[in-house]
Design a protein around this ligand. Structure first.
Ligand code: G1P
Length: 287
């Protein structure tokens, strides 16, 4: 069965962007004119997912407001002849069914995913970390297809320089990588020391998980940073059955820190037909 539900954990405090994120959730910070969260929903829709569960917190009401209809705004835009932006606003929350689950304590990514259990049900599902922006839906679609074939969980991977490994979950490969980028995974470790990392292949925040992961999450003890780590639950799955990674070279931005967010904004602006030229000229003149 190919997964149709995707989970987006979005309950974090966004402390690296304070004070901006005191009132505006980090996931709604604009990447030019589009919230990062919308780009993640677009990635889900592009990979054929029909239902998106956003795990949020009651301290971040703007996330739900973002997906709520704004008929007054759409009508005002249409009346002003701004049909294109009216269409974009009207479509928000309609490309996929959006539902919400709540994580009112920040106890880690594993805990956040566990909060989506009732909304997901007993079926395979995707998890997309909204800090990580990918250029297209190809990796997620490949992961969903692979999981439907193997019947096991699948994680998205990227190769990074060795001195960055301590910031991520890192896999221990159980065999060679195929021409399609598929690699069997023996186990994983969350935020290892660079010198202890079992490979240079990191988890990039894209997961396709079988629903037994929820029972694994329930059994996980607090790990790195004192949090319930999703990676630790995935280790239990990898020990018990088929578990694969897909190595992708799709463009990626880690917007979890201000520099990564700025790079994502600049990349999108430079690719924009209206903004790219003037921005390039301004950057060149500024030196
Ligand atoms: C999380 C995961 C980690 C993964 C990373 C990708 O870490 O726990 O395994 O490599 O996302 O961005 P976080 O960035 O939340 O500390």
């Amino acid at each position: 069965m190919r997964a149709t539900t995707a989970v987006i954990p979005a309950a974090g405090l966004g402390t690296r962007f304070l004070p901006a994120t005191k009132a505006v959730p980090k996931e709604l910070l604009p990447i030019v004119d589009t919230p990062g969260l919308q780009l993640i929903v677009d990635e889900c829709v592009g990979a054929g997912f029909e239902h998106v569960v956003v795990v949020t917190s009651r301290a971040k009401p703007a996330i739900e407001q973002y997906f709520a209809p704004r008929l007054d705004l759409v009508a005002a835009l249409r009346a002003a002849g701004r049909d294109e932006v009216a269409e974009r606003v009207a479509r928000i929350g309609h490309d996929a069914r959006i539902s919400f689950a709540y994580q009112d304590e920040t106890k880690g990514l594993g805990h956040a995913v566990g909060c989506a259990r009732a909304a997901v049900g007993d079926q395979p599902f995707a998890v997309l970390l909204p800090d990580e922006l990918l250029a297209d839906s190809s990796l997620l679609a490949q992961m969903a297809d692979l999981s439907a074939t193997t019947g096991g969980s699948v994680v998205g991977l990227k190769r990074v320089p060795r001195d960055e490994l301590h910031r991520y979950g890192v896999i221990d490969p159980a065999g060679p990588i195929t021409a399609d980028g598929v690699v069997p995974v023996r186990t994983m470790v969350e935020k290892p020391r660079n010198e202890d990392a079992p490979s240079d292949l990191i988890l990039i925040g894209r997961y396709l998980l079988t629903p037994d992961v929820f029972d694994c999450i329930d059994r996980v003890q607090p790990g790195a940073g004192g949090e319930i780590q999703l990676t630790d639950a995935l280790c239990m799955q990898a020990a018990a059955g088929p578990f694969h990674g897909v190595l992708s070279d799709v463009g990626r931005h880690d917007t979890g820190n201000p520099l990564g967010w700025l790079q994502a904004v600049l990349d999108r602006a430079l690719d924009d037909p209206a903004l790219g030229g003037p921005l390039r000229a301004w950057l060149a003149a500024r030196g």
